[in-house]
Ligand binder design. Structure first.
Ligand code: UDP
Ligand code: MG
Length: 323
């Protein structure tokens, strides 16, 4: 008998009590149509405040291919994905959301891309229904900007839904920074990625946890985690202002020395002070953004802390067998 290829499904879950069971049921339906692969779930409870953990445990008792990790608090989706990847050991690793916005029906297409020789198959949004015009415009602007400024190249509408090879998953784990920006990391590690379009639907059950303010922070992180372009921009801006003021100083000096003092320069003084003040503040802000990142990385804290998991049982068993 040929050995089945194994696939680990890494699923970050935060307050997913309403949808988790449906997610597993729906995903199992697709898994049943793919007998050539052996699937395993790695559910990561990211410090949910509802019954997600209880449901997760119950599911793990029912299905032997469900593994779970439960964090001691909410560490964020990025940390949850990292934890899941770290615990994965399969030939292929998928990362997907628990709310069925990343439809498991794409598995056959994604897996066949990997069989064709791609290292990764990732999904991008086709049409996103029910998104506000403002939010849509903001995310379009962000994609343009971040593709220009950073090494991370993603198509518009790139999602965090993908299946990748073991090799690529291991490379991602080597990037062990605390401030993680997955879309950048996935792209930074390289490898051949095939992009497929998926029509997304609105979240069916439960609530999205994203507010506009968190999207804004996400956008800033996306750029500052992967590029120092804003720093360079402030330096260039500083230089330009310096030269312009030099010229202005010269003109004023000549005027004063040869033609005598004419009108008092209220407006120019005020403009210069306000303009330079604004630019200085902004530059300090950009610097601060980076220094803050250095500060957080320098602490070298763990990316997540596990409270419960059914992985240990397996490890315990293994060590018992060994001894
Ligand atoms: N999620 C998480 N930790 C968080 C926030 C979200 O693990 O702090 C998970 C969530 O359970 C879901 C996925 O990340 O599986 C995407 O979250 P959501 O659907 O709220 O975001 P959106 O689909 O709007 O991007
Ligand atoms: Mg969602």
């Amino acid at each position: 008998m040929i050995q089945k290829k194994t696939v680990d499904l890494v699923v970050p879950c935060y307050n997913e009590e309403e949808g988790l069971e449906v997610f597993v049921t729906e995903t199992n339906k697709v898994i049943d149509t793919l007998p050539a692969y052996s699937f395993r779930y790695i559910l990561v409870n990211d410090g949910s405040r509802d019954k997600t953990y209880i449901i997760m445990k119950r599911l793990a008792e029912r299905f032997s291919n469900i593994k779970y990790i439960s964090f001691s608090r909410n560490f964020g989706k990025e940390a949850a994905m990292y934890a899941g990847l770290q615990h994965s050991s399969a030939d292929y690793v998928a990362v997907m959301d628990a709310d069925l916005q990343h439809p498991p029906s794409a598995f056959p297409e994604m897996l066949s891309a990997l069989e064709e020789g791609y290292d990764c198959c990732a999904a991008k949004r086709g049409a996103r229904k029910g998104e506000s015009v403002f939010r849509g415009a903001f995310s379009k602007l962000f994609f343009k900007l971040s593709n220009k400024l950073t090494d991370a190249k993603n198509p518009y509408g790139a999602m965090d839904y993908r299946i990748m090879t073991r090799q690529m998953a291991d490379s991602i784990l080597e990037l062990s920074e605390v401030q993680r920006f997955s879309k950048g990391i996935f792209s930074w590690v390289g490898f051949n990625t095939k992009w497929i379009s998926i029509d997304t639907v609105d979240r069916q059950l439960g609530q999205t946890t994203w507010k506009f303010s968190s999207l804004f922070k996400y956008a800033i992180d996306g750029i500052t985690c992967f590029s120092v372009a804003p720093l360079r921009f402030t330096a260039i801006m500083g230089a330009v202002i310096f030269f312009v003021s030099l010229i202005y100083i010269m003109i004023t000096l000549i005027q004063t020395l040869f033609f005598g003092i004419t009108t008092p320069g209220y407006v120019t003084t005020l403009c210069a002070v306000l303009f330079l003040g604004g630019i200085t503040e902004m530059s300090i802000g950009i610097l601060g953004e980076y220094i803050g990142k250095i500060y957080m990385e320098a602490k070298n804290r763990p990316i997540y802390i596990t409270k419960f998991s059914n992985f240990e049982e397996e490890n315990n068993k293994e060590s018992e067998e060994k001894s």
